[in-house]
Design a protein around this ligand. Structure first.
Ligand code: ZN
Ligand code: ZN
Length: 92
């Protein structure tokens, strides 16, 4: 696993630092993964765009990449690192 390519956010086209928290939406057919910042605006875009693609019959897996400094051994939403501390962004 030596992927040193630059990761760009599919929502805002900004660069994502691999050690920062971000979301990956993987197309299980093609293996292509869309990346998004963990910040609320980009998370909302990720949820909306994924919903649209799901309606088109695609199958996706969501990956939540926590910051390299995240102290949780098994991190999830509301982790001790505060990587994805805005669950309201995906509500409704
Ligand atoms: Zn972004
Ligand atoms: Zn975390």
């Amino acid at each position: 696993m030596s992927r040193n390519r630059v990761i760009r956010c599919a929502a805002c086209a900004g660069r994502i630092k691999p050690q920062h928290p971000h979301i990956g939406v993987e197309d299980l057919e093609t293996g292509v993964e869309f990346s998004y910042h963990a910040r609320p605006g980009c998370q909302i875009r990720a949820a909306e765009e994924t919903a649209t693609r799901l309606e088109a019959g695609k199958v996706y897996a969501m990956h939540h990449y926590h910051a390299s400094t995240c102290p949780d051994a098994a991190p999830g939403f509301g982790c001790a690192g505060g990587c994805f501390d805005t669950p309201m962004a995906v509500a409704n």
